[in-house]
Design a binder for this molecule. Structure first.
Ligand SMILES: CC(C)(COP(=O)(O)OP(=O)(O)OC[C@H]1O[C@@H](n2cnc3c(N)ncnc32)[C@H](O)[C@@H]1OP(=O)(O)O)[C@@H](O)C(=O)NCCC(=O)NCCS
Length: 183
């Protein structure tokens, strides 16, 4: 079973090439699942990718997790915490992807659970939000099964090749985590 052998760790600048390659695959295979167009990622240089990964890995509250089977990067998910006193109680999960050849084997669930667990360890982090494009039942079912609740629908949120797609907005409440920023 693949899941037993999977290793998850935060990605950093030395992972730029494999991250860029997998991110390009994700955007090419599922153009409607992500806000970023393939072309914009393709136009990003490896140096720029490395800088972004380094900055993220050095940030105390953001991360991009990679899932590996052996040497191969086969999954990724990003987390970004809100900035400033009024937004730091929440964070966003973005860029969730598992390589097509290993989808449906439980790896995505393990990967996002790890992201939620790491986010839950951040002091003062109380809730996680994400968006899922309408019709992406694979991802939606996964998020619902983990406790994410739907709170709205942004109509015509993205345009892909002239077609509009709605974005379902979802939240997971982690409970009060200390709330030191609250008055
Ligand atoms: C969404 C995604 C990350 C899920 O990863 P995965 O490894 O295939 O998922 P898992 O095998 O861990 O399955 C987890 C749950 O997802 C849901 N799911 C998985 N495949 C499904 C399918 N074909 N149809 C419906 N639901 C499905 C189920 O709820 C499943 O739980 P279950 O097996 O207990 O029923 C993966 O399919 C993917 O990368 N999709 C393309 C990119 C994408 O849509 N990213 C999300 C953007 S918001």
């Amino acid at each position: 079973m693949n899941a037993i052998n999977a290793i998850i760790r935060p990605l950093t600048d030395t992972d730029a090439e494999i991250y860029h390659e997998l991110r390009l695959r994700a955007l090419k295979e599922h153009p409607a699942a992500f806000a970023q167009p393939y072309e914009s990622q393709a136009a990003t240089t490896l140096d720029e990718v490395a800088i972004r990964l380094l900055e993220t890995s050095e940030s105390p509250h953001d991360f991009i997790l990679g899932m590996f089977l052996g040497e191969a990067l086969i999954g990724m998910v990003g987390f970004r915490r809100g900035r400033g006193d009024r937004l730091q109680h929440k964070g966003t999960i973005w860029g969730m992807y598992v390589a097509a050849e290993v989808q449906g084997q439980g790896l995505g669930r393990i990967l996002i659970r790890e992201a939620i667990s790491r986010a839950s360890d951040i002091f003062g982090l109380e809730q996680i939000d994400l968006g899922v494009i309408s019709g992406n039942d694979q991802a939606r079912n996964l998020y619902i099964s983990l406790g994410f609740e739907s709170y709205g629908l942004e109509k015509r949120a993205i345009v892909v090749d002239g077609n509009y797609h709605d974005d379902e907005l979802m939240q997971l409440f982690l409970g009060r985590r200390g709330g030191a920023h609250r008055t």
